[in-house]
Design a protein around this ligand. Structure first.
Ligand code: PEP
Ligand code: MG
Length: 325
């Protein structure tokens, strides 16, 4: 099967009924980069920048961050890379970065909250990203956004860094794409404002599922208790795709569910056309995709999602659909 998947590497990602889909990969370290060409990913949809911080024994300096990002972009050789700003805290522990003991770290001082409270840290990272992308396109996104105002605050800092760099004669990125991760349910009621504010959004389904179902993603006792292919979560995801279509905002999903063929099938069925996953998942997802009649699936899936009385679960439908086709 490994060989079979390898043969698909250079095949264009298109459903059986002709819909083009973009398949990207998740990464975070230099060792991930060779997977770009091996897996046939079209780019990196999520680059987890905190990994450089997690494996270091001291806070990486601006120059080290810049060199790292530059290296990533060089290896990506023109394929797009979406850098996520530091997502420290919660399940992502950085030893030298002492934060106070928290009773609920997942709901605590983390990700963009921490970055905004430590503007020196954030500005250093923004500067490193801008410098590393000189003359190229910089795509970056913010983790764990809760209110649209947080995006504006980062944009202001970004503007300051741009001014600073140009004042000192540094080359700037040719183009800047600014995005937000959709991981906190409060954003679901700010979708239009959000999409007005950013160039793209990326659904972090691991955290969005954790927060919308109130189940700790790291606690095996409860993490599988509810189905991410159940009606509640699929309806949430469908609302996001609808908002993205309405606002003409590109949307990707980069959580683990994108890498499971059955879940990926559900995502295409509710309208996602861009997903990012671990590179080893790309072969199996692509094999599924090439045989998928997505319009037919969409019609059936939407019928189940809209039917308040039916006891058929979306998962049952998906399993049956997969078996029948
Ligand atoms: C997510 O939450 O789905 C996500 C992609 O980010 P991470 O797994 O790094 O929290
Ligand atoms: Mg997350």
């Amino acid at each position: 099967r490994q060989e079979q998947f390898r043969a698909l590497r250079d095949v264009e990602s298109r459903t059986k009924d002709g819909h083009r889909v973009t398949i990207l990969m998740n990464a975070g370290l230099m060792v991930d980069l060779p997977q770009l060409s091996e897996s046939g990913a079209e780019g990196i949809g999520l680059f987890r920048t905190e990994l450089q911080f997690m494996i270091a024994s001291n806070m990486p300096k601006m120059e080290e961050q810049e060199a790292f990002y530059r290296n990533v972009l060089r290896q990506a050789a023109g394929r797009p890379v979406t850098f996520r700003t530091l997502d420290i805290g919660g399940d992502k522990v950085v030893s030298y970065f002492r934060s106070q003991e928290e009773e609920n770290p997942a709901l605590g001082w983390r990700a963009i909250r921490l970055s905004l409270d430590k503007p020196g840290l954030l500005r250093t990272q923004l500067r490193a990203l801008l410098r590393a992308s000189a003359g190229a396109e910089l795509k970056m996104m913010l983790p764990m956004v809760t209110e649209v105002s947080e995006i504006r605050a980062v944009r202001d800092l970004m503007q300051k860094e741009v001014q600073h760099l140009s004042k000192f004669g540094h080359a700037l990125p040719r183009k800047l794409q600014f995005g937000a991760m959709l991981e906190v349910p409060a954003l679901l009621w700010q979708l239009d404002e959000l999409m007005d504010e950013v160039d793209f959004v990326s659904v972090g389904s691991n955290d969005l599922f954790q927060f919308s179902m109130a189940v700790d993603r790291g606690n095996a006792r409860v993490s599988d208790r509810f189905d991410n292919l159940g009606k509640p979560f699929l309806r949430i995801l469908r609302d996001i795709v609808r908002a993205a279509d309405r606002n003409k905002t590109p949307v990707t999903l980069c959580g683990e569910m994108a890498g499971k063929p059955l879940s990926a099938m559900a995502l295409f069925g509710i309208g996602f056309r861009s997903v990012s996953m671990s590179p080893t998942a790309i072969g199996p997802v692509k094999a599924m995709l090439l045989g998928l009649e997505v319009e037919k699936l969409s019609a059936e899936l939407n019928r189940v999602l809209d039917d308040h009385k039916s006891t058929e679960t979306p998962r049952e439908l998906l399993v049956n659909f997969a078996a029948a086709h």
